[in-house]
Design a protein around this ligand. Structure first.
Ligand code: GUN
Length: 308
């Protein structure tokens, strides 16, 4: 059976390092990292995510502010709030939870966030820095950064000689994940809904990353024996008899795939906790950037050495 990659354990280390870094910044420069999370509408899943982000920010010792706006909020009102947060020196990170309810358009909102406060790493300046190989001066999208930390925990920092396949090409995950794997010297294939013979493409992967949003779509016979499988999906489905009403599953058929893979992330408890931890890491980095003081390393290689 595959080694289970424990996202809870790794995320706890990240949160510990972030909390220490935040404390040091407050002691030395009198600055408390500030995170503003904005949510529009009343989608229950989005509210659950946002509440855990706000809670974790408080736990890290941040100034944590949540703006919950009604579904009727206009584009102009939302953009006005972002402009105010950009100008607020107590706020170092701004996150607008996606998706936005219709008819709001996320693109102009993301463009409006100051790149220095864009803790989602979605602004074209941060996306462009990553695309051009600058992984140190910008902010990197949280879920790919967290997934990458789990990959490096298994394979180390250099993925030279390994084939990586990412299924999904979104701006929030697939594209940045492909770029991070490439920056670590993997040979990367970006697969998507129009890819021909997806199972065959997946079978060539030493590292298979699934972010399709379809419950248990990736079958065990798509997995190369011994491969590392990173499951980014979080799907709520009807439970089996006697298990309550619903349960969470990933994009991978975990029960069968774990018998073939060398290492695999569970859902829940794999990539999920890493996303929030990396949001905290981005916020503390943004706070350090604002002072010009060098931020302590929150890289996988330094933190994973602390694990057994
Ligand atoms: N919705 C789901 N994941 C995310 C995320 O990482 N950032 C934002 N802004 N919205 C999301």
């Amino acid at each position: 059976m595959a080694h289970l990659i424990d996202g809870k354990e790794v995320s706890a280390l990240v949160v510990m390092a972030v909390t220490e870094a935040a404390g040091a910044l407050e002691r030395t420069a009198g600055i408390r990292p500030g995170l503003a999370v904005v949510i529009v509408g009343d989608d229950p899943a989005s509210h659950a995510y946002v509440n855990s982000k706000t809670r974790m920010a408080k736990q890290c010792g941040f100034n944590s502010i949540q703006h919950s706006l009604p579904a009727e909020t206009t584009q102009q009102e939302l953009e006005k709030l972002v402009v105010e947060l950009n100008a607020d020196p107590a706020i170092h990170g701004i996150l607008v939870q996606l998706p936005l309810p219709k008819p709001l358009n996320p693109e102009p909102v993301i463009r409006l966030i100051s790149p220095e406060k864009d803790v989602d790493g979605l602004h074209v300046v941060n996306a462009g820095k990553m695309a051009t190989g600058d992984l140190s001066t910008g902010l990197i999208s949280c879920t790919p950064a967290g997934a990458m930390m789990l990959v490096k925990r298994v394979h180390g920092d250099d993925l030279c000689g390994l084939n990586a396949v990412v299924i999904g090409r979104s701006n929030l995950f697939g594209k940045p994940m492909g770029l991070l794997l490439l920056a670590a010297n993997a040979t990367v294939t970006m697969a998507h809904s129009k890819t021909r013979d997806l199972p065959d493409v997946c079978r060539r992967a030493d590292i298979l990353v699934a972010a399709v949003g379809r419950p248990q779509m990736v079958k065990s016979d798509w997995v190369k024996p011994g491969a590392t499988v990173i499951d980014v999906g979080i799907n709520r489905i009807n439970a089996l008899e006697g298990e309550g009403k619903t349960r969470l599953v990933g994009d991978v058929d975990f029960r069968a795939a774990k018998e073939v893979a060398g290492a695999i992330t569970p859902v829940p408890g794999g990539v999920g906790p890493m996303t929030i931890a990396m949001l905290m890491a981005n916020t503390v980095r943004a706070a350090f950037f604002s002072t010009g003081i060098a931020a302590p390393s929150l890289e996988c290689s330094s933190m994973c050495r602390q694990l057994s």
